[in-house]
Design a protein around this ligand. Structure first.
Ligand code: ADP
Ligand code: 5GP
Length: 204
């Protein structure tokens, strides 16, 4: 059902009033950000959970938009202060974490919060929020497609790309632990499928 058809119905209120959680995980280069950007534009009252990271900004990334960029020392300080709902050293020396305050503020404001997190972080958030959360795994058609997408994106050095590929096989083994797996082969199909799954979950 389209959003417009829902507009005048009580169903729209259900979407607007209940803050739910949508967890999206995938190996880097699978098309997760592309699909999330698409979903954010579908009028589903979504807010993006801005994680903290100890990696430096890349490309046009800005502090407080894609991530809260912290120094490695600042990140460790926040761990000590138990400010994270979950955190992971996703790549050697590169920490990423979800700040408790950030999530609670967005949920209290009535948004459905979207998480772009690694597979372990995704499982942890799902475990914590249970039925209130939907976990979605975006799967690339193959490792070769992943390599070619990372090269094509042109944002990472050859070394970083190899780190990401090396981790991908391990991450793929987590797919069965997710509520839904969407294979991103043809982008438009994957976007439509993810959109449908989200609408169904938000209306539940
Ligand atoms: P992630 O957030 O998972 O790291 P991105 O969304 O940045 O991945 O996508 C990686 C690259 O692959 C981007 O350049 C994007 O435009 C491209 N891409 C995404 N989905 C597809 C697809 N289905 N087919 C081909 N290229 C894609
Ligand atoms: P990137 O460096 O490409 O932005 O992200 C690398 C990986 O870190 C991605 O798999 C992304 O999902 C993950 N990530 C981003 N934020 C978080 C977070 O808050 N927690 C966890 N566990 N992983 C995260």
């Amino acid at each position: 059902m389209s959003w417009n058809k829902l507009k005048s119905s009580a169903q729209r209120n259900v979407i607007l009033m209940k803050g739910k959680l949508i967890i999206i995980s995938a190996p880097s280069g699978s098309g997760k950000s592309t699909i999330i950007n698409y979903l954010m534009q579908q009028g589903l009252n979504l807010a993006f959970s801005i994680s903290a990271t100890s990696r430096p900004p890349r490309g046009t990334e800005q502090n407080g938009v894609e991530y809260i960029f912290l120094s490695p020392e600042e990140f460790q300080q926040r761990i000590a202060e138990e400010q994270f709902l979950e955190y992971e050293e996703v790549y050697p020396g590169r920490f990423y974490g979800t700040l408790k305050d950030q999530v609670e503020q967005q949920l209290e404001a009535g948004y459905n919060v979207v998480f772009d997190v690694d597979v372990k972080g995704g499982c942890r958030i799902k475990e914590y929020y249970g039925e209130r959360a939907l976990s979605l795994f975006i799967q690339p058609p193959s490792i070769e497609a992943l390599r070619s997408r990372l090269n094509g994106r042109g944002t990472d050095s050859a070394e970083v790309i190899e780190d990401r590929i090396a981790r991908a096989e391990y991450e793929l083994s987590f797919a069965p632990q997710f509520d839904v797996v969407v294979i991103n082969d043809q982008l438009e199909d994957a976007q439509k499928e993810a959109h449908k799954v989200l609408q169904e979950f938000l209306l539940r």
